[in-house]
Design a protein around this ligand. Structure first.
Ligand SMILES: Cc1cc2nc3c(=O)[nH]c(=O)nc-3n(C[C@H](O)[C@H](O)[C@H](O)COP(=O)(O)O)c2cc1C
Length: 416
């Protein structure tokens, strides 16, 4: 073979394919997930799927995401709602992976009891549904589906001030569910007193005062993708004046702002004001430090929720599971109940939170994922998955009832 012919052959057989494959690799690289952490997300589920095929909360997130992204612009961004870079949102979930369970063996755990006492009454499940606004955005049955679905699983349901179903309608539609009402306190005493009276008269047990969202966080994706409430949905707890016609109040952000009105005048006096205006139990939501937890106990509130609003408000604040121990030790002798929300997606997460001192936990997005995928049935399914995972964790850790889960069962783990 002459030399020139051999060189051409080498070029065609070796260099040309090499250049083509290399080029393809360079072109695909920026779009591939290779090298990125695909943290805890299963592959896209083949569609169609049944809810029976959704085995854990991550499956529900995946299914909810594909449905919401397809159905209506901006709703997924609202669901996720991360503030700034979403560090706190991400860490809320990841932080659980830094704690490990210390299981005990050779114990009879054939009968397990998940019942716990919350605000003086027994509840069959130490997992409740956190308040989330405008649930009709995710499913036409909205709040009624979530409240009834929660009740069917034995869970407490917290109705948001910014609900798309009224206080009264939810109470009438979910008589079997333990209901609490979440209040956004405004610099308008008539507004606050009116909501408290309506909730109390409708049989809500407690008012949950949210403290970390008097100004709305900077949710960049949401700002980019503003979306509208579906037709026939409005902020159902307000008069038409406040809801207004949708021309200037179209975006969800505007709707919310209209209610919150950047009111940051609230101080600890609010505790006394609420006590003077309702007999309902008082719970403060959005505490992250031992100092504020201690103040809450000194002011005599019934309970607090350690929460960072699911990473939707101030990014860079501590993940809730990491804040818990400080809050628990600052209030150890007070008798005030401590709950937690943020990032719960597994039964082991619930177990860890209870071990570190939470009396119960609440889930926000997990319940909304259930709602988005399958309405009331989906909400129940999500809660039942968490319940069975918690039950399994207890069985494999040698604990037969929720009251016995304590800090001996969990430790912070620093990988070498
Ligand atoms: C879509 C959405 C809307 C929310 N709306 C409210 C609200 O109206 N009031 C409130 O106190 N918290 C609200 N939150 C925060 C939740 O109550 C809860 O703190 C948070 O979702 C817990 O984190 P998780 O979603 O990781 O479980 C909302 C959360 C989401 C995801």
């Amino acid at each position: 073979m002459n030399c020139a012919y051999r060189n051409v052959l080498i070029f065609v057989l070796v260099f040309v394919p090499g250049i083509i494959i290399g080029g393809m690799f360079v072109a695909i690289w920026p779009f591939s997930d290779y090298g990125k952490v695909n943290y805890n997300r299963p592959q896209d589920l083949p569609e169609p799927y049944t809810t029976e095929e959704l085995l854990n909360i991550e499956d529900f997130y995946t299914a909810a995401k594909s449905k919401l992204v397809k159905n209506s612009a901006g709703v997924w961004e609202y669901f996720e709602g991360k503030a700034d870079l979403g560090w706190t949102l991400d860490q809320n979930k990841r932080a659980y992976r830094r704690y490990v369970i210390r299981p005990r063996i050779l114990r009879d755990v054939s009968i397990r009891n998940l019942t716990t006492s919350i605000l003086g009454k027994l509840t069959s499940l130490p997992i409740g549904v956190a308040p989330t606004s405008m649930q009709k955005v995710f499913h036409p049955d909205g709040e009624i589906a979530v409240a009834t679905g929660a009740g069917r699983a034995g869970a407490i349901y917290i109705l948001s001030t910014l609900a798309t179903t009224s206080i009264e309608e939810v109470a009438a539609s979910a008589p079997q569910t333990r209901l609490w009402f979440q209040l956004y306190f405004k610099n308008d005493t008539t507004f606050n007193a009116n909501l408290l009276t309506r909730a109390e008269n409708s049989g809500y047990e407690a008012v949950v005062l949210t403290l970390d969202a008097q100004i709305i966080g900077k949710r960049v994706d949401q700002l980019r993708h503003g979306f509208e409430l579906p037709e026939n949905a409005s902020l159902a707890n307000f008069d038409s004046n406040m809801n207004q016609n949708s021309t200037d109040s179209g975006t969800i952000l505007n709707q919310t702002l209209k209610v919150l009105r950047d009111d940051i005048t609230m101080t600890w006096d609010v505790v006394k004001w609420i006590r003077d205006h309702t007999e309902m139990k008082l719970i403060l939501k959005g505490i992250l430090t031992g100092e504020d937890a201690k103040l809450a106990a000194d002011y005599g509130v019934d309970a607090i929720i350690v929460s960072n609003h699911g990473g939707r408000q101030l990014d860079s604040v501590i993940p809730t599971i990491d804040a818990l121990s400080e809050v628990v030790s600052a209030t150890a002798s007070s008798g005030m109940e401590i709950y937690l929300d943020g990032g719960i997606s597994l039964g082991t997460d619930v177990f860890k939170a209870i071990a570190l001192g939470a009396k119960m936990v609440f889930v926000g997005r997990a319940a909304l994922a259930g709602l988005s995928v399958a309405g009331e049935e989906g909400v129940t399914k999500v809660l039942e998955i968490l319940k069975s995972e918690l039950d399994l964790t207890m069985a494999l850790s040698g604990v037969s009832n929720v009251a016995s889960i304590n800090s001996d069962y969990v430790e912070l783990y620093e990988p070498i």
